[in-house]
Design a protein around this ligand. Structure first.
Ligand code: ATP
Ligand code: MG
Length: 789
């Protein structure tokens, strides 16, 4: 594009144009969903580049998800007419912070090849500290402590800064453990997610010269989804922008959905105070959705108090009303959505044809995904799950990754602990304690401790020999990988002077992909699953293959591990058309022509927790989430709910979400599921001739607390008025809920009141169960279900 040409601004409205052209000084763009905030922000980047105000590496652009970052890069590239690969500082807070922290790790006492821990590791580490202090982690769970610490980190509080008001946290020992935890992390050369930001903030606060340098480097700062920044992120931004103050933030208070993770809408208000003279720009035209969809969304969000308040309008008249449909249970909901997607794909629903890429299912809770995944696998409907590290959460993947981690950084004690006796090497608790002890006494890592323990003959027999092999292997694999990445993690040093890929390969003995295979084979990990007779073992082996395949997209193991710990979306940019499945949280900023919103039931959406809370804060956040969900849709928005859901193996009857009640009637069309009343769409409502449904749910409803309450009756009356009622199950699908399945002694079960336990005796319809928390009890078999996990 010729310098000076601003054709990329054609089509922007006046307010957007202003946002693009006001380059110097603070700008706050505050506007509702689909008004073109992200578009304006992207155009602003193009404008900065085209007018030579900044070079690609002088722009710091923060987005919320990796997907959003990638899309923004692509959009910039398209507008510039060339790939925007050279935007090194366009990414998520976390990915940018990792980069900064690798450069300056020594300033906070870390080495640049530090490991990034995930929640699992974090909990394991905390458990160790807790049990070393002799605390009963049943009463004081490690997860609770982890949440407290995360919360402090989100609020940018180091152990020394935790306010006195928080002193009672975790039985008055929260701060003490937080301090220990931080010390331990440094010993392990590790950080958790919260640290990525916190360490950066600390570095900038303590090193003004360095900060000044970054002020010169990052000449323009842009932030999307600003309403979801937490205090640590806010401080980070403020530090970086404090020099030139060329910062442009865009956000929407109605879409603030990360309050539970410490995000503060107050940051929007604070912006104007901290950056005085900030230009505030408001956008009101929505370019994304039809009027019905936009009005439905506005109707819901109106229920919130204390909004900054804004009205949206759209030129897109007509189109489908928001479609609402009730189902018997979650499985049926998934089945219907699968069929609906196929029908829409064929264009047989009286609407245009929709490609699979144009359709998305947005769920409130990730456990809802399974029903869809199962169903779609069955009918062969291609789908992708976005936004959850689901694949990488699987046991075998986490084990394999732990192997890679120890090999990359032998200080990674947590990874070593995970694999030392996986596969079984005859190293019991005692041997492992010996390793711990030797490591502690010598102040070395566990790998090194293990090596010493073997050398000194402290671990004998088969276990000792196996451990020796493991330790030797780790060292050998490590040498193989260091041919690719030097120990300090400086990939550039390896690549220096390399002209071609062949030359690069020649410098490395084996590729990291081969190495990964070698590690999994030689460690005995692959054979462990090959020998395993469990029905899910073949699947696990498949996953391991998939993992190795995924490695091909990376230059080395370390890059891959980084990707996994950071990247929350595993949606490869594949060409195949697929339906997207993701959580509402992950859908932020995205748009799809057709959106399905399943599971709109009280207790699921809004979540039980938000309903139990006193005050409206949680509920209002859920409502914003509903607003985010509806506003993702461009043309078709389908909301559904089920009358029954399996929760922890127990059937539960569900009420339609209160948010359904808030949808303005004139923008909603109620669909009748085919099959339910024996007909297709719009089939007549049940007549007197319809056979009575043998409905255990009705029975249970009348017995269960709450269903006789005025609230429930009101709900029933209202839903009947609207033309939909609690759905019933067609006869063929009735499951006899009262039948006791055949239990066996020793089986792990779940009881709604007493939780998990193992069956130790049976007598008639009673079971004797040794509950993990409640001790031994006799319970009626009917109230017990086989445990899912
Ligand atoms: P969200 O709050 O959901 O993140 P947003 O305000 O960031 O939404 P965008 O994603 O930037 O909105 O834009 C929504 C849609 O409207 C996009 O498809 C975009 O291309 C289109 N759009 C934005 N501005 C204009 C415009 N001036 N003319 C035509 N289309 C536009
Ligand atoms: Mg956006």
């Amino acid at each position: 594009m010729a310098a000076g040409s601003t054709r990329y601004m054609d089509g922007l409205n006046a307010a957007q144009r202003e946002a693009v052209e006001t380059l110097d000084g603070p700008v706050l763009m505050l506007a509702g969903a689909g008004t073109g905030k992200t578009k304006a922000l992207t155009t602003r980047i193009v404008h900065l580049l085209t007018t030579n105000r900044a070079r690609t590496n002088e722009i710091l652009a923060v987005t919320f998800t990796n997907k959003a970052a990638r899309e923004m890069k692509e959009r910039v590239g398209r507008m510039l007419g060339q790939p925007a690969e050279g935007m090194p500082w366009l990414g998520t807070f976390h990915s940018i912070c990792v980069k900064l922290l690798r450069r300056h790790a020594e300033l906070v006492g870390l080495k640049s090849n530090f490991t990034i821990l995930d929640t699992d590791d974090q909990i394991r580490l905390l458990k160790q500290l807790i049990s070393a202090a002799g605390i009963d982690d049943k009463r004081w769970p490690a997860r609770m402590l982890a949440n407290i610490i995360d919360d402090w980190k989100n609020r940018a509080l180091t152990p020394a800064k935790v306010p006195a008001g928080d002193a009672a946290a975790y039985n008055h020992r929260g701060t003490e453990f937080y301090d220990q935890y931080q010390t331990r992390l440094k010993e392990l050369n590790a950080v958790d997610f919260g640290d990525l930001l916190l360490h950066c903030v600390e570095i900038f606060q303590n090193n003004p010269d360095l900060l000044a340098q970054y002020h010169r480097w990052f000449r323009y700062i842009l932030v999307d989804e600003y309403q979801d920044t937490n205090v640590a992120q806010y401080l980070w931004l403020r530090l970086l922008a404090s020099g030139h103050k060329n910062i442009c933030c865009v956000g929407d208070d109605d879409q603030s959905i990360y309050g539970w993770r410490g995000a503060e809408v107050g940051n929007i208000l604070r912006f104007e105070k901290d950056f005085s003279g900030a230009k505030v720009i408001r956008l009101e035209q929505n370019y994304r959705s039809t009027k019905h969809i936009l009005s439905a969304a506005s109707g819901v969000i109106r229920g919130n108090e204390g909004r900054l308040g804004k009205e949206l309008w759209t030129e897109a008249d007509g189109g489908e009303k928001v479609r609402l449909i009730g189902h018997w249970d979650g499985e049926e909901e998934a089945r219907w959505i699968g069929e609906e997607i196929e029908a829409m794909q064929r264009g047989t629903r009286g609407m245009r044809q929709y490609g699979l890429n144009e359709m998305a299912i947005l769920v409130r809770a990730s456990h809802q995904m399974r029903a869809f995944e199962d169903r779609f696998l069955t009918i062969g409907l291609p789908y992708r799950v976005i936004g959850g590290p689901r694949f990488y959460e699987r046991l075998e993947i986490r084990d394999a990754m732990a192997y890679f981690r120890v090999v990359i950084s032998p200080e990674d004690d947590l990874a070593f602990e995970r694999i030392v006796n996986t596969p079984k090497r005859g190293l019991g608790d005692k041997a492992q304690q010996t390793i711990q002890m030797v490591a502690r006494e010598n102040g070395v890592s566990l790998v090194e401790g293990a090596r010493l323990a073997v050398e000194e003959g402290l671990i004998k027999g088969k276990g000792g020999a196996a451990l020796r092999r493991l330790v030797e292997n780790i060292a050998r694999w490590g040498q193989m990988t260091r041919a690719v990445v030097p120990n300090d993690g400086d990939e550039d040093a390896v690549l220096e002077g390399v002209q071609s890929f062949e030359e690069f390969q020649a410098r490395t003995e084996v590729s990291h992909v081969e190495l990964a295979e070698i590690i999994l084979d030689e460690s005995g990990y692959t054979s462990m699953w090959q020998a395993d007779k469990n029905p899910d073992s073949p699947g696990r082996l498949e996953n391991l293959k998939e993992l190795v395949k995924a490695l091909e997209n990376f230059d080395n193991l370390q890059g891959f591990l980084e990707h996994v710990s950071l990247v929350m979306d595993n949606d490869k940019q594949d060409a195949e058309q697929k339906v997207s499945i993701m959580t509402l949280h992950a859908a932020k900023g995205l748009e799809f022509p057709a959106v399905f919103l399943p599971g709109w039931e009280d207790g699921l959406f809004p979540s039980q927790r938000s309903m139990d809370e006193s005050g409206l804060k949680g509920l209002e956040e859920e409502r914003r989430l509903a607003y985010v969900g509806i506003t993702r849709a461009e043309e078709v928005c389908t909301i559904s709910f089920a009358g029954n859901r399996r929760v922890f193996g127990q059937w539960q009857s569900q009420l339609p979400s209160r948010f359904i009640d808030e949808l303005p009637e004139e923008h909603v069309e109620v669909l009748t599921p085919p099959g339910l009343y024996g007909g297709g769409y719009g089939a007549a409502a049940p007549s007197a001739a319809e056979p009575p449904v043998r409905s255990t749910i009705e029975e249970r409803m009348s017995n269960a607390d709450g269903y006789n309450s005025p609230g429930w009756k009101r709900m029933q009356a209202r839903t009947a008025e609207r033309g939909y009622s609690k759905p019933r199950k067609s006869d063929s699908q009735i499951i006899d809920l009262t039948a006791t399945s055949s239990f066996t002694i020793g089986e792990r079960v779940f009881h709604q009141k007493f939780g998990y336990g193992a069956i130790i005796g049976m007598e008639g319809d009673k079971l004797e169960v040794d509950f993990e928390k409640a001790g031994t009890k006799k319970v009626v078999a009917r109230f017990v279900s086989a445990s899912d996990d």
